[in-house]
Design a protein around this ligand. Structure first.
Ligand code: GDP
Length: 715
């Protein structure tokens, strides 16, 4: 009578195999002292073979009841052989247990299960090479399809003990294990020397109690372990875990391949360049520059020029004016339609061509797999500063619209990281902010291609630097959540997907122009045409101007302290496109002499210096997002206080950064003079540097955990 033990990870298919080969010859009981099932049976084909089903386990360490049962049973050496059921679709994880089974000194046969599934997945395992690498028999099988099962049992019925059938680790570790085995000498049987040497090295308490070593032996072994730990700079248990995995890595490399490999290797080669530690960011910067160059500066700009100059600069206003005149529409209504709606909505719609090109380029980058690489690269960078790469996904989403961006932060488990991400995500230029960027770039910097992409990088820099500074405060301290993501293989973008995505995004922009911007335009036109007594007045005496003048002084230190810019900024809270719409209405009216669509540009150039315009751009990029996005922040934050913190932080940072840009830019490029505000800007700049670079205050873990609980319970 021979006895074999079935050992394997949970879900490797042990039960399926056991039921298949024993049929009705089973006995189910309990292991002594625990409620874990004990199942025994006899092989249908040979009643002389007893099969012992052991609980599913991941390792032979003595931590769970299942592990202890399996281990005690194996060490009691009732089994003549082990049939190790390995899930072939999960080779690396399953082989971890195998390395330990091979060390018990009991002969092992590998039943390489789930081969039907592996084949379907395109995973190829060369069983001969696996047998060679593990120095033990391997039988491919499928318990589900009853393939190779009898062969596996036959093999297990015959297999005999042979020396060296165990994994060999690195020289340094082997040297230590060899010395421990020598110290043990005759204390243990030769077949078990490997097992005991390893367990003693791991400082396994059950083993040292069981062996009752002499004081001398214990001391010598402890010295060997201590020296090895010093060499490896790790504790002994971790050393072994690492060694096991690198052994497995070698085995898997030898015998495992995937059909997708050919594709994957090309992807790998591309990845070696685009995710390269040094090149990744410059490449990304280059790619984004190209995208913005195409969209804002060249191809898209040609479309926008046409729309602005011909469509909304000539055709629509002229034909519409003639039409309205012909049917005798009241002058005020003509005024509303032409100077209000057409000017406002038209200014926004003018950017549709640029946006379409931009959306098209971004869709291609997303569809082909490049953007997920960027998330991976950002994770590496973010992690250095204690931020999680998970935060990057919401930011990527926010380049379309801040609202889904804020909502995408839900995937972040760590509460503090999540709050921080919600707070920072809207720094990314969303599609509604792009027209502002395009307008400023076009009107003030027509020859330089860096202005448009710089908005993107300012947004990202604001996020990263804010993250670093905030992480050092108590509100957000803590380790980042681990971020694991699969990088899909690159593929050629699917044209249909790209077009669909471009169209969807473009359409939602147009829809917004027809609704929110339409209504806002009417409102702004009204406030610009009338005074508080509802008398039609010159623009400078209108409701809008009066309100704007109250707010304008706040923006004076940023260079754009006239009432028009103040009004545009405030109207941007309703929707960022309004900033454009407002300018369209306000400045079109001023220069009625000019006929073409560039009149707004000319009026803007007359009103602001380039540095002031850039400061305006940066302020609108970073300040509080539109009301709809603030609503999303409120929902995700869960309370009013946090919403206020977020909006306050965004607006405050926007103000400080614009102040610094204008104060210094004005002096450097426009011959401005040093003044009190420059000193304030300098002070704020130094304070920012301090917050970013100061040494992190280590908050004791216990306190942090407590804060987690407190923060968590607020919800
Ligand atoms: P145990 O936890 O190791 O006892 O695993 P089970 O025998 O309960 O199997 C886990 C799951 O894997 C079940 O759904 C089985 O039907 C399935 N399974 C077992 N062996 C195979 C196999 O060779 N091929 C496939 N495709 N599925 C299998």
């Amino acid at each position: 009578m021979r006895e074999i033990a079935l050992v394997g990870n949970p879900n490797s298919g042990k039960t399926s195999l056991f039921n298949l080969v024993t049929g009705s010859n089973q006995r189910v009981g309990n292991w002594p002292g625990v409620t874990v099932d004990r199942k025994e049976g006899f092989w249908k084909e040979d009643k002389e073979l007893k099969i012992q089903d052991l609980p599913g386990i991941y390792s032979l360490s003595p931590y769970t009841p299942e592990e202890i049962i399996a281990r005690d049973y194996l060490l009691a050496r009732q089994a003549d052989a082990i049939l190790n059921i390995v899930d072939g679709t999960n080779l690396t994880r399953n082989l971890y247990l195998t390395t330990q089974l091979l060390e018990t000194g009991i002969p092992v046969v590998i039943g390489l299960n789930m081969m039907d599934l592996a084949e379907k997945n395109g995973q190829q395992i060369n069983a001969d090479k696996l047998a060679y690498a593990l120095n033990t028999p391997v039988v491919p099988m499928s318990a589900l399809k009853n393939r190779g099962v009898s062969k596996a049992l036959k093999e297990a019925n015959q297999v005999a003990y042979h020396e060296d059938a165990y994994p060999v680790y690195s020289d340094r570790l082997e040297a230590a294990l060899g010395e421990i085995a020598t110290i043990l000498g005759q204390t243990v049987a030769e077949r078990q020397a490997r097992w005991y040497a390893i367990k003693l090295f791991e400082r396994d308490i059950r083993v040292s109690q069981e062996l009752s070593l002499s004081q001398f032996q214990t001391k010598e072994i402890e010295e060997i372990i201590a020296i090895t730990e010093k060499i490896f700079d790790e504790d002994s248990e971790s050393i072994l875990i690492n060694e096991r995995y690198s052994f497995i890595e070698g085995v898997v490399k030898l015998c495992y391949s995937e059909e997708a490999d050919i594709k994957a290797t090309l992807s790998d080669r591309i990845d070696r360049i685009v995710t390269n530690r040094i090149l990744a960011l410059p490449i990304f910067a280059g790619v984004m520059w190209l995208v913005y160059y195409l969209a804002i500066q060249t191809v898209g700009a040609m479309g926008t020029d046409w729309v602005n100059e011909v469509l909304f600069g000539d055709w629509v206003p002229n034909y519409l004016a003639a039409g309205l005149e012909a049917v005798n529409v009241a002058p005020w209504l003509q005024n509303l339609i032409l100077d209000g709606i057409v000017a406002g909505v038209g200014a926004v719609l003018g950017f549709v061509p640029q946006l379409l090109v931009l959306f098209f380029c971004l869709s291609i980058l997303e569809d082909c797999g490049y953007m997920s690489r960027i998330a991976f690269v950002m994770d590496r960078i973010f992690r250095k500063f204690g931020l999680s790469g998970k935060s990057f996904i919401p930011m990527l989403v926010a380049t379309g619209c801040g609202i889904p961006g804020v909502m995408a932060s839900r995937t972040i488990e760590n509460e503090k990281d999540r709050r921080m991400t919600v707070m920072l995500t809207t720094f990314m230029p969303c599609s509604a902010k792009l027209p502002i960027i395009a307008l400023i770039a076009g009107a003030f910097f027509p020859t330089s291609s860096w202005v448009a992409p710089s908005a993107y990088f300012i947004g990202m820099t604001a996020i990263v630097l804010s993250g670093i500074a905030l992480k050092k405060t108590r509100l957000f301290a803590g380790d980042p959540a681990p971020f694991i993501m699969e990088l899909p293989a690159y593929h050629l973008p699917i044209f249909k997907n790209v077009l669909r995505q471009t169209f969807d995004r473009g359409w939602s922009f147009v829809k917004k122009a027809g609704t929110i911007i339409f209504v806002s335009s009417i409102l702004i036109w009204f406030m610009m045409t009338y005074n508080f007594q509802l008398q039609e007045v010159a623009e400078g005496d209108s409701i809008l101007a009066s309100l704007g003048r109250v707010i304008a002084p706040i923006f004076a230190p940023l260079g754009f302290g006239n009432w028009q810019a103040a009004v545009a900024t405030i109207s941007g809270l309703i929707a960022k496109e309004n900033v454009l719409g407002t300018f369209g209405i306000l400045f079109r009216n001023i220069s009625e002499v000019s006929e073409n669509g560039q009149e707004v540009w000319g009026a803007l150039q007359a009103a602001y210096t380039p540095v002031a315009a850039y400061a305006f751009l940066v302020f609108n990029l970073l300040c509080a997002p539109c009301f709809a996005a603030i609503g999303a922040i409120r929902r995700e934050m869960g309370d009013f206080k946090w919403t206020m913190i977020a909006v306050g932080y965004q607006t405050g940072l926007a103000y400080i950064v614009s102040l610094i840009i204008y104060q210094y830019g004005h002096i450097i490029f426009e011959g401005g003079s040093f003044n009190l505000m420059t000193i304030v800007a300098t002070g704020l700049f130094l304070a920012m540097l301090y917050l970013i670079f100061r040494k992190e205050r280590k908050v004791p873990q216990a306190i942090m955990n407590m804060e987690d609980i407190i923060v968590g319970s607020e919800k």
